[in-house]
Structures are given as C-alpha cells and as structure tokens.
Design a protein around this ligand. Structure first.
Ligand SMILES: [Fe+2]
Ligand SMILES: [Fe+2]
Length: 414
C-alpha cells in the first residue's frame, strides 16, 4: 500500500459507510480520467466521463438525448468499390435469422442448481471467505442470477449503442459496398436488442441500469463526428468486449436457451468485427496522417484499459454488499474472480490482433500493452481471418472448420 493510499484508508475509516462508499465512487470516477495520458484523448473522453460517471446521465430514469454531428456521405453513382465488403454483405444476407425461432418455450429457472446460469467457479466461492462473504446455497444461486442479469443487461444496453452506431456508420462510410453491408448490421443489432430484452424480461425478470463506464464509451462514440472513431469504438473495441463476454457466457452457461441465443449472436458479431477491420485497415493506412493515426492508437489503448479495469458490476455490489464490504474490496473480489479472468482473456484475444491488423499496434505503443500484461495477444488471429463458425468451434473445443476463403491462413495459424 502506498503512503497516499494508506493515508486515504485512515481518513475513510472514520466516515460512515454510506459517505465512504460515495467518496470512493467519486474517486473511482475521477481515476478514469487520470489513466488518460494523451491530451487529445482526454479531450475526446473527458466530457463523456463527466456525463457518465459524475452526472450519471444513463441512470436518470428518463430518455437520454445525445447530439450527433457526423456527415452523411452520399454517392449517386453506386460504385462496386470494395469486393471483400461485398462478399461480407452477401454472407450477412444469407446469415439472417429470426429471433422468434429461438426455443422460447424453454422453461428457465434462474435459481435451479441443476441448470446453472453460470458455473460455481465463475465468482470463485472459495475466495468469498477472504472477503468476509458468508452466503448459503440459496443466496449463491440468487447472486448468480443477479450477476447473469447484470451481464445480460449490459449486453442489451451495449446492443442499443451498437444499433445506433451501425446506423450512423452506414450513413458516414465512404464505401458503397460498406453501406449495403451496414444495412444488414443495423438489422442484426436490432434483432440483438430484441432477443436480449426478451430473455431478460421473460426469463430472468430482472433488468439493471446501464453501467456508468459503458455509458461513457457510448456517449463518446455518439458525440464524435469522425466516422472512423465511431468505427474504431464500436466495431473494434465495444464489439471486441461483446465477443469476449458473449463467448465466455456461451462457453460457461448450462441454460440451453441462452446458449442458443448467444450462438446466433456470436455468428453476427464475428461479421461486425470483420467489417470494422476491413474498413479501418484501408482508412488508417491510406487516409490518415501519422499524427492522426497516433491519436487513434492512444485512444484505443485507453479504451482497452477502461474496459479491462472498469466493468466491475458495481450495480450488483450496491444491491447486495454495500453494507458488508468496501468498494475497494468488491473491486478486488470481482477482478480476481476466475470467470472475469476468463472473460478478459477472450476479450483481449479477440481485440488485440484486430488493433494490430488495422495499424494501431506500432512499436511505439507496444511497450504500454506489454506493461499491462497484454503482449501475449500480439500474434493472435484477426477477425478478417476468423469466421463465426470457427470461433464457435474454438469455444466448443472442436477442431476449427476452415472457411473456403481463409483455409490456407487458418491452417498456417494452427
Ligand atoms: Fe450486436
Ligand atoms: Fe455488433
């Protein structure tokens, strides 16, 4: 413990729990900003951080209005200008599915230990004692229900952000083949909102508010007029987190309806990240100056850190443990839980190779990733070389089917 944090702990020890937790929440919000070192990145994220974590705009119980300022890019000559995107569009049309066809008749009991929503070791009960958490079997099942509902609620809110971002990007992208493809993504994201909401509403009967840090990222993307920042934020960073989270839950849940739902969503999301890689690789390498590229590289690193450090289910903490443990203890409990470790692994295994592929992992930034333990992902397979089927086979522990277009690469990578 540093001298400063020891002094802080001594000062906080004299305060009532509620005041202490509130102060800790503010300190936590402020520390979001201190992680940002590039002043241009601070300028882009700072106002959103204030709106999300201090003003809590996502939790006011009223619709949130976020101004958008991107430019719509029309082209009256309708060119065929990006064959790989055209191929993705064609695959997306064939891959459409109807949320009504999922097995909604499945009866889901979130407290049934025979069909657990999450495995027992997800939160790591063996560690609970260290943190003074004494829970009986029923309370553990209820907590599993809460954590699963929290995760799915954040998926749902993230999907609403993805729906609007996909619509904006469809307007703003300069490739006409990208606009055709983008229209399918708008449909995909609409369907994702529909199925996650239906599951939460009819099966789990519990919906959490949007996490402050997720709000910060969505707010920053919606406000940024530069289309490639929306792309980078949504198609690479948020979709990367989504794929990591969906994949973790797909792999670990025993509930068959949820598994089927996630399987379908993962197939769509794999295309979305692929699209982000195609569009950004072209744009960053051919259109941006070195200074602009560097700004995006710093932004991506900061957002990756935010995502790693900040999605810590504080909403569940406030509901369950506010009077039993400090926020700091909860942070340590959740951060070190085996399920969260597996989630972070899958998230960065998907995200970091994509950053490399679009030119945002130069030798200048690599030591920063190395410092936070992420260099092991530098050589992974990027989204343009990995289909949804291949991703699902990896998760199921089956041999990965090589798609016709990338057979050679996939085999080389084995
Ligand atoms: Fe989605
Ligand atoms: Fe998506």
């Amino acid at each position: 413990m540093t001298v400063v944090s020891a002094a802080k702990s001594r000062a906080l020890a004299f305060l009532p729990n509620k005041v202490k937790n509130q102060l800790e929440a503010y300190a936590d919000a402020a520390s979001t900003l201190f992680e940002v070192r590039d002043p241009r990145v601070l300028g882009a994220i700072g106002p959103s951080a204030v709106r999300g974590t201090i003003l809590k705009r996502g939790k006011q119980g009223v619709p949130t209005i976020i101004p958008a300022s991107h430019r719509a890019y029309f082209d009256w000559s309708y060119p065929s200008d990006f064959p790989e995107m055209a191929e993705l569009y064609s695959r997306a049309k064939r891959g459409q599915w109807n949320g009504d066809d999922l097995p909604w008749h499945t009866s889901v009991d979130p407290l049934n230990p025979e069909v657990p929503l999450l495995p027992d070791d997800f939160l790591g009960w063996h560690r609970a004692d260290e943190f003074g958490l004494k829970l009986d079997a029923r309370e553990k099942a209820q907590l599993r229900h809460s954590v699963t509902s929290w995760m799915l609620s954040q998926f749902l809110h993230g999907e609403q952000g993805a729906l609007f971002a996909a619509a904006q990007v469809t307007e703003a992208v300069q490739f006409f083949d990208g606009k055709y493809y983008g229209a399918t993504q708008v449909m995909d994201e609409g369907r994702h909102v529909e199925v996650f909401h239906r599951y939460l509403d009819t099966k789990l009967d519990k919906l959490y508010q949007i996490n402050d840090n997720l709000f910060v990222i969505i707010d920053a993307l919606m406000n940024d007029g530069r289309w490639d920042m929306k792309f980078l934020g949504m198609q690479i960073m948020v979709e990367g987190v989504a794929l990591g989270a969906f994949s973790t839950l797909y792999k670990e849940t025993k509930e068959p309806l949820l598994k089927e739902l996630l399987k379908n969503v993962i197939q769509d999301e794999a295309r979305h990240v692929h699209y982000g890689v195609l569009a950004l690789r072209e744009h960053i390498i051919t259109e941006l100056s070195e200074s602009e590229r560097r700004e995006r590289e710093d932004w991506a690193f900061e957002v990756a850190l935010l995502m790693r450090n900040r999605f810590l289910a504080y909403e569940v903490y406030e509901e369950w443990f506010e009077h039993k443990m400090s926020r700091e203890q909860w942070r340590a409990f959740i951060t070190g839980s085996p399920g969260m470790e597996r989630f972070r692994h899958l998230m960065f295994a998907r995200m970091v190779p994509n950053l490399r592929e679009i030119g945002l992992l130069s030798d200048r930034i690599k030591p920063h990733y190395d410092r936070v333990g992420l260099s092991k992902y530098f050589g992974g397979i990027a989204a343009d070389q990995l289909t949804g089927d291949q991703m699902l086979s990896d998760l199921d522990g089956l041999p990965r089917p090589a798609a016709a277009a990338n057979e050679e690469y996939a085999l080389a990578a084995e």
